[in-house]
Design a protein around this ligand. Structure first.
Ligand code: NAP
Length: 180
């Protein structure tokens, strides 16, 4: 595990510098600066990252009016190990295994420094300790889809006596949230 003293200044990351189809614009960049953290953030060594429909829609420029500046490292979901903590971080320490969706608001200036990279930055409040019974890959597949499922149930005011039609995809999460 990397400690603060041994953190590199550069990393590999998938990036795009213009909007378009991933096959046209997405590039593996081997010389990206490792992002700096604020006081309330942690630096995570990425073990696994999730890809969601929002990533390709964002890459296509569908949200460009509220996006962060290009170039962008895509990716919302992450599971990995904390390697550096900001001075106001209370919940985590170096070495903690964490997971989460690093964007508090999906469409309102999502971070320029996403999770499809060797390192990513997230606010402490957006992460949780990774469940011990889930792998990094399993954990990285959960956050945004689970948030969507939860929000879907809230938006349709689902309660006893109501019926909803649940489709596949993120709908499989709805079934799991409902039975929690
Ligand atoms: N995944 C996320 O975390 C997330 C987050 C926010 C918003 N969203 C949005 O939610 C939507 C669905 O995302 P997803 O990840 O669940 O996609 P998905 O994995 O492709 O699942 C879509 C599901 O809808 C079914 N379906 C599609 N067209 C249908 C139709 N005409 N009639 C009945 N069923 C139909 C599909 O059935 P088949 O499998 O039989 O084709 C599939 O089970 C997208 O618009 C996405 O942008 C997703």
């Amino acid at each position: 595990m990397a400690s603060t003293a041994t953190l590199p200044s550069k990393m590999k990351a998938w990036t795009y510098g213009e909007y378009g189809k991933s096959s046209d614009v997405l590039k593996l960049d081997t010389d990206v600066a490792v992002p700096q953290i604020n006081d309330d953030q942690v630096l995570v060594k990425v073990a696994a990252a999730g890809i969601n429909p929002i990533d390709f829609k964002r890459m296509a420029g569908m949200f460009k009016a509220t996006d962060s500046p290009l170039p962008i490292i895509p990716g919302y979901d992450v599971a990995g190990v904390v390697v550096k903590v900001g001075s106001r971080v209370k919940k985590f320490k170096e070495g903690d295994e964490v997971y989460g969706d690093i964007n508090e608001k999906a469409l309102d200036h999502p971070t320029q420094f996403g999770t499809i990279a060797e390192y990513t930055v997230a606010a402490e409040k957006l992460l949780a300790l990774k469940p011990k019974n889930l792998s990094f890959i399993q954990s990285a597949g959960l956050p945004l889809a689970m948030e969507t499922a939860y929000e879907g149930l809230e938006r349709c005011h689902f309660s006893a006596g109501n019926s909803i039609l649940v489709l596949g995809g993120v709908g499989t999460m709805i079934i799991q949230v409902h039975f929690l």
